[in-house]
Design a protein around this ligand. Structure first.
Ligand SMILES: [Zn+2]
Length: 110
């Protein structure tokens, strides 16, 4: 999952990668209630509570789900068989990603 925050100086978006499923797990991974990260755009060090970080869906996983859905549909078309089930692959991936980010965004530490 990707976490995003805006730089306190230039206001541009920065990203952090994490395997944490919620903020509490991220706290354990990061080790501090306040995170300090250097902006990729201006070099300013932003200090924020980790409650201010927001998760966003992983676009690569979303695109991967879509591609997989298309590939499976094309494969099934060779057998003159069109299944709506293949549509559930990208939708399922999208729902799964949204659930993960909303669990993270709803969680609070402290
Ligand atoms: Zn900046």
């Amino acid at each position: 999952m990707r976490l995003s925050y805006n730089c306190s100086s230039c206001k541009k978006e920065n990203h952090l990668k994490t395997n944490a499923q919620d903020r509490y797990a991220f706290l354990q991974e990061y080790g501090d209630y306040d995170f300090k990260e250097k902006c990729k755009h201006c070099g300013n060090v932003t200090k924020k509570s980790i409650n201010r970080l927001y998760a966003e869906p992983n676009k690569i996983i979303l695109i991967g789900g879509l591609v997989l859905g298309i590939v499976v549909t094309l494969f099934l078309l060779q057998f003159s068989f069109i299944s709506l089930l293949t549509l559930t692959i990208p939708i399922g991936v999208w729902v799964n990603q949204n659930n993960k980010t909303s669990i993270f965004n709803k969680s609070r530490v402290k």
